[in-house]
Write a protein that binds this ligand. Structure first.
Ligand code: TMP
Length: 215
């Protein structure tokens, strides 16, 4: 019997440390016999990766940024995420639409109503039993104070356009995540990311096991 697909996104401000746990969670699912699609946003398809390079490096206004990340998302959903979920894969996605609300909405101050409209438009899926708006079943929010994240990012690598932003920008991004969390807390597991890597990992495991998705 094929298990239904499962969509989990990973979110948090730059420097929150989410990416190491993506690989570990993929291994945990694979160890239990699940096929895993590991992907990221912006990106995940050849076209979306090109858009990622533009968004992360080229100066542009907030609306252009929002339109490009949603264009990348549309391609990613159609080419990768929807087919993987239809096959019954576990899709682990490094960032999804909450990042747009946090970065373009919170950080850059772009209109949240327009983001809501784009979310409905871009993530609409037509299935045999009707239309709906695709969302992750679970979003792991690695929550970290921006000043702690800034210390972690120092010397990590050449900062991109977002990583080079000041702490005040990331305070607004974090508030953007908080607003999304408050609107739909059941979808989220908020993980205190200032803990040790092992403690954070245990929290990731608990969040997934609580939902009955890992033994
Ligand atoms: P990453 O470094 O975690 O791969 O994320 C790429 C950067 O892109 C990160 O700084 C957040 C930003 N971003 C947005 O601004 N809007 C979005 O919709 C997404 C998905 C990412």
């Amino acid at each position: 019997m094929t298990l239904p697909g499962l969509f989990i996104s990973f979110e948090g401000i730059d420097g929150a440390g989410k990416s190491t746990h993506l690989d570990a969670l993929a291994r945990a699912f694979r160890a239990q016999g699940r096929a895993v699609t590991l992907t990221r946003e912006p990106g995940g398809t050849p076209l979306a990766e090109k858009l990622r390079t533009l968004v992360l490096n080229d100066p542009m206004d907030a609306m252009t940024e929002a339109l490009l990340v949603f264009a990348a998302r549309r391609d990613h959903l159609q080419q990768v995420i929807e087919p993987a979920l239809a096959r019954g894969d576990v899709v682990l996605c490094d960032r999804f639409t909450d990042a747009t609300f946090a970065y373009q909405g919170g950080g850059r101050g772009f209109d949240l109503e327009i983001l809501c409209y784009l979310e409905q438009l871009v993530q609409s899926v037509k299935l045999a039993d009707g239309d709906f708006v695709r969302q992750p079943e679970l979003t792991l929010w690695f929550d970290l104070a921006p000043d702690v994240a800034a210390v972690r990012l120092v010397g990590a690598r050449m900062p991109d356009k977002f990583e080079a932003q000041p702490v005040t920008f990331f305070a607004r991004v974090r508030a953007g995540y908080q607003t999304r969390y408050d609107a739909d807390p059941q979808r989220f597991a908020r993980i205190a990311a200032e803990q040790t890597r092992e403690a954070v990992w245990q929290n990731v495991l608990i969040s997934v096991r609580q939902r009955g998705w890992l033994a």
